[in-house]
Every structure is written in C-alpha cells, then in structure tokens.
Design a protein around this ligand. Structure first.
Ligand code: UDX
Length: 458
C-alpha cells in the first residue's frame, strides 16, 4: 500500500445495491492508491459503515417517507431523491470542507474530487459551486450508457407503435438491442415524460464533468468506447470490473448473505449446481415465481435460488410454493433470502447462472467463467442479455418466456447437453481476456493508472 495521500476523494453512490457495490469497490481501489475516502450517502439504503472501517461515512437526509422507501417504482424513487438531496449534499460538503469550531478541527479539508453516479443530476452544479471537479461513475455497460441517452430522441422520431413484424429487428443506433427490447426500455405510459426529462438531465449534467469512470473494459466495450468522443470531450476511464482489482475484499451488501450456501455447495459435484438470482430490484408475479420453481424442479438438477423477501407480489417470501415442494426436492434445491454471490460464482460446484443480467451480475459471472441463462426484465438488463446470447454467445436467452418447460429446457441445454460445453469454452476465453485486462500492462490496469494520475492532478 502506498503512503496515504493528503487528498481526499468524496464518493456519493445512488442508494441502490447495484450502484453501491461498484462505488465502494472503487473507493477501496482509490484507498489502496493512497487517497483518503469519504462516502456521503443517503439514509435510505445506507451502506454498512462497520464493514469499511478505513473510510469516513457521512449521512445526509433524503426526505423519503417510509412508503416511498418501499416503492417498487425505482424511477419515482430516483426522481424524489434528486429533488430532495441537493440542499443536504450542499450542506454536508460545506461542513466537510470547512469544519466549524464545534467539531474540534479548524483546518480546511483538501478535496480532490467528487465521484458520483450519472443518475444524480444535481451534483455537477453543487461540485462547481465548491470548485471541486466531478467524475461520473457509469455502473452500466458503456454501450447502454451511450444508447440510453438517445431514448428521448428515438421517441421523438416516432419509434412507437412498433409493428409486430419489426419486433426482432435490430435498433440501428443501439445494436445489438432488438426493437422489442427497446419498447421495454422506453418506459410505461404515464412514466414517459418523467423518464425522458431525467435522461435529458443526465446528458446535460454529465457533459460538463471532468471525466467518466466506466465499470467495463476495452475487451467488453471496445466499439462504444471508440464512439464516446462523439458525445463527450472528456477522458473516459474504463477501469474494468472493480471487484477483480487487487484490493482486500469486504462485502457491501445491504442484506445479510446466507453463509450456509457455501458448505451446501461444498457437498456438490463440480459444475453441478445452477445458481439463480434476479438481483436487488426485480420482482415477480406469483405465477412467474411458480413457473420458475417448477422449471427448476423439473430439470432434476441441483439449484441454489435467491428469493428476496418481498420480491413475489403480495407475498412475504416463498409461502406460495405448493405444499411439500421443498421436501420433494430431496436436498437438491436450496432457497435463501440473500447470498454471498461472488463466493457462489467462484465456487467449483456452480455450473451456470440464471440471471436478470444486471451489469454487476453479468460482469461477476464473466469473471468466474460461469455461463448464463438470461431472464432480463428492465433497463440495461435487456441489452446485457443480447450481448450474452447474440454477441459473445456465452449463454441462452429465455426471450422473456417465464414458463416451466422453457426454463427446464434452457437449464438442461446449458448444464447437460454439448451446447453447454461450447458456451463454456467461449466464456472461458472471455473470462481470461477480462481478467488479463486488470493485470499490470492490461487495458483496465492502464486506465486505472490514468485515473489515479488525473485525480492527483486536480
Ligand atoms: C441494478 C439494475 O437492476 C441493473 O440492471 C443495473 O445494471 C445495476 O443496478 P441489480 O438489480 O441489483 O442492479 O443487479 P446487479 O447489477 O446484478 O447487482 C446486484 C449485486 O448484488 C451484485 O453485485 C451481486 O453480487 C449482489 N448480490 C445479488 C448479492 O451479493 N447477493 C445476492 O443474493 C444477489
């Protein structure tokens, strides 16, 4: 570890699990490069400060009511958070920079920069008012980041209604996305204006930033990174999957991972278990949940399934499973509320991953060489899934068919049939390329060095 830098980096994650993980991992990387770290966070989904004793944590009030914190409408939550948090962030930063005499220190803090998610749309002006450079963190695949900014324009040009005959066609400005995928990204009626004005603000407030840090690498995002100069004229730092950089690991989970998964996997044969998780946001109807349950059981293969409490509509947890379902699995299936996902994907017994293709889960699976069955629901998940099935060919796409036979069939294709061996070979090649990128001299490692130089130059 290098000598601690006098300079402090402030990080301000969006309070979603999929944003907290890469942001805290980035904090660990910058800490290992000598920067002091302060995490400013909302009270909603506050990260567990005790898991990160070397960082300073500072909480701001977000003004969300209890009902709003439980809402399933993420766009609404992000809108409210953006409306409510400007003043608290401003006051929080002012306090950090110029502590009052009550806090016992009068020395002004030197802040190198603010790093926050692109989804915070008021932070650029706050940073400017304190004369602090702002770097934007892109926790999506960069192809999606560039593409989603075009959604308002695509809508204006009259994309909808989409004739059925065109559903499978590629979106010319957003390949390999198909038109039927884009329909699902463009938002439900009633949300459209809110979504478009949010996306316009993201673009407006990202352009004047001092750079963008991308949780992806040349090996996964070459084309879009090469295109980026058409939109942004600041440096782009594709530093690769943050969790495989050489820094001490610690969890940033908002929920308690069930550690009994690991001894359960220890007893299984190599590559014999299907891991199933749909991330931290996706919810299912009861009938979708039951179709998945029956598909897994009928595949007759071992599975480890994360069902988040409250993720099945109208239910607390898994009580809608038919009576005797768990017993009928005879130990072949295990259901938990939250899992140590990185350890599971790295376990020799894990053979494949039925995933919603959130970008973190997708990267984590690639980095462990675990092929995927794609069941994307919203947003960037639809694009990530297309890369998995159509470009890299490292998984099977369910095409939204949440039906027991389709699930059983996909699981057996991947876990038992020779098609699975070919897919495994391809993902192994991609895994090696991505892992090589963070090693000394690799593209992500070089990009990280440039990022550290850039922050040091502020
Ligand atoms: C959200 C969006 O849904 C996703 O599309 C976007 O790319 C990022 O923000 P989320 O749904 O939480 O993310 O999915 P994902 O990006 O995969 O992140 C989930 C994180 O939680 C992963 O880092 C995963 O390792 C972790 N996780 C998940 C656990 O630690 N345990 C679990 O049981 C499930």
């Amino acid at each position: 570890m290098e000598k601690r830098n006098e300079r402090r980096v402030i990080l301000f994650p969006l309070p979603l699990q999929g944003c907290i993980n890469p942001m805290l991992q980035l904090a660990k990387i910058l800490f290992s490069r000598g920067f002091s770290i302060t995490i400013i966070h909302t009270s909603f989904n506050a990260p567990k400060s005790l898991d990160h004793p070397l960082f300073t944590f500072s909480q701001i009030e977000d003004g969300l009511s209890e009902t709003q914190t439980k809402s399933r409408d993420v766009l609404l939550q992000l809108t409210l958070l953006n409306n409510n948090c400007e003043k608290p962030l401003r006051e929080g930063l002012a306090k950090l920079i110029k502590p009052d005499s009550d806090s016992g220190t009068t020395e002004e803090m030197k802040i190198s920069c603010l790093i926050d998610d692109s989804g915070w749309v008021f932070t650029q002006s706050v940073a400017e008012s304190f004369n602090i450079p702002r770097l934007v963190l892109c926790a999506y695949k960069f192809t999606f980041f560039l593409g989603h900014l075009l959604v308002p324009q695509i809508r204006r040009e009259g994309f909808l209604p989409l004739p059925d005959s065109e559903a499978e066609e590629l979106v010319p400005v957003f390949p390999p996305l198909r038109k039927k995928d884009l329909v699902r990204i463009m938002g439900k009626s009633g949300q459209v204006e809110q979504l478009d004005s949010y996306l316009v603000k993201i673009l407006e407030t990202t352009k004047p930033a001092s750079g963008i840090i991308v949780m992806s690498c040349e090996e996964l995002d070459q084309d879009s990174l090469a295109e980026s100069h058409k939109v942004f004229n600041f440096p782009i730092f594709p530093i690769g999957p943050s969790h495989i950089h050489d820094v001490p690991a610690s969890s940033s989970s908002l929920f308690e991972p069930d550690q009994s998964c690991i001894p359960w996997l220890d007893k299984r044969e190599t590559r014999s278990v299907l891991y199933v998780s749909l991330g931290s946001i996706v919810t299912l109807t009861e009938s979708e949940f039951l179709e998945i349950a029956c598909g897994l059981k009928n595949s007759d293969l071992a599975f480890l399934w994360v069902v988040r409490p409250g993720s099945v509509h109208g239910r607390d947890w898994i009580e809608s499973l038919p009576l005797g379902f768990i017993e009928s699995l005879e130990g072949k299936g295990k259901i938990v509320k939250w899992a140590p996902q990185l350890d599971i994907l790295a376990h020799r017994a894990t053979g494949s991953f039925l995933t919603h293709n959130g970008w973190n889960s997708t990267l984590e699976s690639i980095c462990e060489g675990v092929p995927m069955i794609s069941l994307p629901f919203v947003w960037d998940q639809l694009l990530n899934a297309r890369f998995i099935s159509d470009v890299w060919r490292i998984g099977i796409h369910l095409e939204g068919r949440i039906e027991r036979r389709e699930i059983e069939r996909a699981v057996r294709r991947l876990m038992v049939e020779s098609e699975g061996d070919e897919i495994r070979e391809r993902i192994k090649v991609l895994q090696d390329e991505v892992r090589r990128s963070v090693k000394r001299g690799g593209s992500s490692s070089r990009s990280l060095d440039e990022l550290v130089d850039r922050i040091s130059s502020f």
